[in-house]
Write a protein that binds this ligand. Sequence first.
Ligand SMILES: CSC[C@@H](O)[C@@H](O)C(=O)COP(=O)(O)O
Ligand SMILES: [Zn+2]
Length: 216
Amino acid sequence: MTNHSELRLEDKMQAFAELREIKTTLAAKGWFPATSGNLSIRVGGFTPEQFTFAISASGKDKSVNTPSDFLLVNEQGQPTDATGLKPSAETLIHKEIYRLTGCGAILHVHTVFNNLVSELFWERKSIPVDGVELIKAFNIWEEEAHIEIPILPNYTDIPRIAELVENAIVPRVPGIMLRKHGIYAWGANCFEAKRNLEAFEFLFEYVYRLQLLNKS
Ligand SMILES: CSC[C@@H](O)[C@@H](O)C(=O)COP(=O)(O)O
Ligand SMILES: [Zn+2]
């Protein structure tokens, strides 16, 4: 098992480079408004008890690239290097998703459509999606597949949200929504996390527009 001090510099640089690329792509879509959103990628070996991930620093303008955008943290969400950088305010949510799923990358964005559907379906506590082709992006290959994307309450106290993650995660659905806040999407690596995030955002817009059509 790789411990924190054994992480190779090139692995860290590779993780930061991948994060930078995906951050730039998602920022161009307008998915990180007003410094919102955060992203991370796991680095090195993994057990639920010990792992390391690279995560965005807190409060940064995610549409701008600087030398201090990312840092490494351990499975407690604590920085492993004395860079002085502050990890994302939502680091504890990332660490909980890694611990529970063993995934390789996590992306969190705030968009108008994800906020709208999180409120629209709040009483149900999940967003239902029926039979849309893009559900296959989650590797669900069924006719008329039905999924429910879980919604958690949003608190300013992030540990309070993090402790709800374990019971919220459902099989086959690589994401959780925070009410009137945004989606967390994950995958085995950056490619899969981005694919899953794009699928979620497509489905949120579809579900929202379908609801409007059905009401008119
Ligand atoms: C600026 S509003 C968004 C924040 O409160 C938070 O929800 C967020 O996504 C970004 O926090 P950050 O600490 O930069 O990772
Ligand atoms: Zn957020």
